[in-house]
Write a protein that binds this ligand. Structure first.
Ligand code: HEM
Ligand code: HEM
Length: 179
């Protein structure tokens, strides 16, 4: 079926999830770097809210994608699955998924630990998943910041790999765009 993955191609749902998440994360990283230089105040509160909203949506999307890939497994890579580039690509994908779970949860923990309400979409208050504590706040932000550095490195490798394969014309990028 068009929306499911097949043994040779990505279905519509995986492609929509991939490109929506790619757009969100590529916007979210510079936004995070920007707010990290700011002193929280009334004038920039909305930027922090926007970052938390995008981050929460990204968490829902990555969890949806992990569940979806249990229901409808993605196709194996093109070419020899055991070749070094394909094994490296698989390892990078797994680490990207791990980062995309750890980063929003640690951001949420750290934000809750500040004692301020974690508000998304300007109106929904998320449950406080951590006690108000400087230790939780510092550890949460340490994990959040370190994992975002790792994610940036992984994405450079991922996008460079995709570009290289597109340049060689092996069809990998094509099947993530057109299925
Ligand atoms: C312009 C940017 C990007 C391009 C050109 C691109 C391209 C691709 C391509 C071609 C694949 C399919 C690989 C295969 O056939 O095995 C893929 C898979 C994947 N991409 Fe991207 N990507 C981009 C951005 C991102 C971003 C920002 C993320 C993270 C949010 C991401 C996460 C992933 C993951 C996790 C997979 C593995 C999917 C699976 O589970 O099979 N990509 N990407
Ligand atoms: C996949 C989702 C997310 C990504 C990629 C991301 C990325 C980032 C990045 C790159 C930074 C700058 C780190 C630095 O170098 O100092 C940052 C900071 C921050 N993030 Fe996120 N974030 C995500 C989700 C969240 C969520 C869900 C929350 C809270 C609910 C959050 C709260 C914050 C806060 C408050 C800061 C500022 C930290 C400071 O003042 O040092 N983030 N984020």
């Amino acid at each position: 079926m068009l929306w499911r993955n097949t043994p040779t191609g990505f279905g519509l749902i995986t492609r929509l999830l991939h490109w929506t998440m790619a757009a969100l994360i590529l916007a979210q990283i510079p936004l995070g770097l920007k707010i990290a230089t700011m002193q929280l105040g009334l004038a920039n509160l909305w930027l922090f809210g926007l970052h938390k909203t995008i981050g929460f949506v990204a968490l829902i999307l990555v969890l949806t994608r992990l569940v979806w890939h249990r229901i409808s497994p993605p196709p194996p890579p093109l070419g020899d699955a055991d070749s070094l580039p394909n094994r490296a690509a698989r390892a990078v994908h797994a680490l990207i998924y791990a980062c995309l779970v750890i980063i929003p949860i640690s951001g949420w923990v750290a934000s809750a630990a500040t004692g301020l309400d974690v508000v998304i979409f300007n109106q929904i208050t998320l449950p406080a998943i951590a006690p108000v504590s400087a230790a939780w706040e510092n550890t949460g932000f340490f994990i959040h910041n370190s994992a975002t550095k790792l994610l940036m490195a992984l994405l450079v490798a991922h996008i460079a790999g995709a570009a290289l394969r597109a340049f060689k014309g092996d069809g990998t990028l094509q099947r993530m765009i057109k299925g």
